[in-house]
Design a protein around this ligand. Structure first.
Ligand SMILES: CC(C)(COP(=O)(O)OP(=O)(O)OC[C@H]1O[C@@H](n2cnc3c(N)ncnc32)[C@H](O)[C@@H]1OP(=O)(O)O)[C@@H](O)C(=O)NCCC(=O)NCCS
Length: 152
C-alpha cells in the first residue's frame, strides 16, 4: 500500500466522489454526486490546498482517501482542515486511515502550516491515538461532533 496525491490518479476521481457522497451526502443538505465530483476535481493539486490523497493497494486499486482543505466546519474561521477520511469496510483496521492522516499532516506542514484541524463524530479515539488533541464538542447538522487539532 502507498499513499499518493489523487492528481497522480485522476481516473479515481469518480470512486472518491462516490465514497464521499455515500458517507457524508446525507449530512450535507443540497449536495449531489455531481457537486461532490466538482469538489473532488478541484482538489487535484500536489503543493497547494485543496489536496486529495488516495491509498493505493499493490495492484493499483484505491483502498482509501483523505483530503487537506481550507474550510470544513461552516462558519468556523480556523484552517486548514483534515477532511473526508474514508476507508472501505473490507480494508479497515490495517492502518490505512492512519497512513492517510500522516500524509495530510505532512502536506500541511510542507505548505507551511503549523496547526491542522478536524471534526469527527465517528473516530475521535483513532485521531487521539495519532496525537490529535480534543478541543470542543458541539452539535452540527444533527450530530454531536468533536473538534480536534494537531500541532505540526
Ligand atoms: C474511521 C476510518 C477512516 C478508519 O479507517 P481504518 O483504515 O480502519 O483506520 P486504521 O486502520 O488506521 O485504524 C483503525 C483502528 O485499527 C487499528 N489498527 C491499525 N492497524 C492495525 C492492524 N494492522 N491490525 C489491527 N488493528 C489495527 C488502529 O489502532 C485503530 O484502532 P482504534 O479504532 O482502537 O483507534 C474508517 O472506519 C471509515 O472510513 N469509516 C467511515 C468514514 C468515517 O467515519 N471517517 C472518519 C470521519 S472523521
Amino acid at each position: 500500500m502507498r499513499i499518493a496525491p489523487l492528481a497522480e490518479r485522476p481516473d479515481l476521481v469518480h470512486q472518491v466522489a462516490v465514497w464521499g457522497h455515500g458517507e457524508w451526502g446525507p449530512f450535507d443538505p443540497g449536495s449531489t454526486l455531481e457537486s461532490r465530483l466538482a469538489h473532488v476535481r478541484e482538489s487535484l493539486n500536489v503543493a497547494q490546498i485543496p489536496i486529495t490523497f488516495v491509498a493505493l493497494a499493490d495492484d493499483g486499486t484505491a483502498v482509501g482517501t483523505a483530503a487537506l482543505i481550507l474550510d470544513d466546519l461552516e462558519g468556523d474561521p480556523r484552517n486548514p482542515w483534515l477532511a473526508s477520511v474514508y476507508v472501505p469496510p473490507a480494508h479497515r483496521k490495517r492502518g490505512i486511515a492512519s497512513a492517510l492522516v500522516r500524509a495530510v499532516e505532512d502536506a500541511a506542514r510542507r505548505i507551511g502550516h503549523r496547526r491542522l484541524y478536524l471534526f469527527t463524530s465517528t473516530a475521535p479515539r483513532l485521531y487521539q491515538s495519532l496525537g490529535w488533541r480534543p478541543l470542543e464538542t458541539r452539535d452540527y447538522r444533527g450530530e454531536t461532533i468533536q473538534v480536534m487539532d494537531r500541532t505540526l
